[in-house]
Design a protein around this ligand. Structure first.
Ligand code: AMP
Ligand code: MG
Length: 333
């Protein structure tokens, strides 16, 4: 990615009002074309992309220079829209009723027929959903008509952007359009509650206090340790998707019974004997590879191969996150 980016386009708007038709059109055009929008919610400025377009979602990781594919929150305009993507148990319904729209994210089992891309959920069978409060953000998502993936609009490892100027400073012209609605109201990330097992669990503290959630649920809430170092213990939420089939990294040749996850035009030696082949990107494009990663892994996992051999991948750009995720898949065995 070149260091010098063109200036992003900025459109001013009022958070408390539904978007003007011109603004809605501009935002929808960028999102529909697979572009990125700096979108102010009540928590922080999000780096928004069409959650159903894996290439657009891959660009989020590239622009943030995130070294890992952690799952992203899908933002929707209403509770009804959220129900199309996830299955809500009684606690999830109660929390949605009480806190949406607002700074609470619910992690729930993902519906099999949701169009949300695997890269958004990092291949997990759960999905994080939120209905943001500001009429501006909600109106833009409603106008687009599809869920919007949006982590904070800052480079990886830096503090979240809470003004349009922060977004420009962090990401510059890598964002196609920034909606400037002034400083965000909450300035903290959303609280994340998983409603997946028998008991709801707080995955991340944030804009809604735990006490408020406990008051609604009528009991104490468990707080999960860091999502990143959480062990994938039985009954717990798996932090990372891992294929059931063993994985072998940096494979330059294929062993009997192996399936091949290829990258680039040159296939591993013996590829013609592979049980199955999927290529992350025949042209060697890392953004395309990221967009295909979880879909291809899942497909090879279903072939009954003895192992998935993974071609060597470059470690620059999105290659770092792809390699990180594959290394975790290999280590999970
Ligand atoms: P951000 O979008 O940067 O505010 O971060 C989203 C947070 O939600 C990350 O900490 C993710 O790990 C967490 N998250 C999103 N989806 C899931 C999921 N399906 N299961 C567990 N955690 C999730
Ligand atoms: Mg962040």
């Amino acid at each position: 990615m070149p260091d010098r980016q063109p200036e992003p386009r900025i459109i001013e708007a009022d958070s408390d009002r539904a978007p003007a038709p011109d603004l809605a059109r501009a935002v929808c055009n960028v999102l529909a074309a697979g572009g990125l929008v700096g979108l102010p919610t009540e928590t922080v400025y999000g780096l928004a992309a069409d959650a159903t377009n894996p290439h657009a979602v891959a660009r989020i990781f590239a622009v943030k220079r995130r070294p890992q594919f952690n799952p992203l929150i899908a933002h929707v305009e209403t509770r009804e829209a959220a129900l199309r993507h996830g299955r809500f148990n009684r606690e999830a319904e109660r929390l949605a009723d009480h806190f949406w729209p607002g700074p609470l994210t619910l992690v729930v089992p993902k519906r099999a027929d949701t169009p949300i891309a695997d890269l958004v959920t990092a291949g997990l069978d759960t999905v994080a959903l939120r209905v943001p409060a500001p009429p501006l953000a909600r109106g833009l998502i409603a106008a687009f008509g599809r869920p919007v993936a949006a982590p904070s609009a800052n480079r990886s490892g830096r503090i979240s952007a809470t003004t349009a100027a922060d977004v420009v400073e962090e990401l510059g012209g890598a964002v196609d359009l920034i909606v400037d609605a002034g400083p965000t109201a909450v300035g903290l990330e959303s609280t994340i509650v998983a409603c997946v097992g028998a008991q709801p669990v707080v995955l991340r503290p944030g804009g809604v206090a735990r006490e408020e959630i406990e008051a609604v649920l009528g009991g104490p809430l468990e707080v999960e340790r860091s999502v990143e170092d959480r062990p994938a213990a039985p009954g717990r939420l798996a932090a990372h998707y891992a294929p059931a089939t063993p994985v072998r990294l940096d494979a330059r040749s294929i062993e009997p019974g192996e399936a091949l996850l290829a990258f680039g035009p040159d296939l591993a030696d013996g590829a013609e004997h592979a049980a199955a082949i999927r290529n992350l990107s025949p042209t060697g494009d890392l953004v395309e590879a990221a967009a295909n990663l979880f879909r291809h892994l899942r497909a090879l996992d279903r072939t009954g191969a003895v192992r998935i051999a993974i071609a060597p991948l470059p470690s620059e750009g999105l290659g770092e996150a792809i390699r990180d995720r594959l290394a975790r898949a290999a280590a999970a065995r």
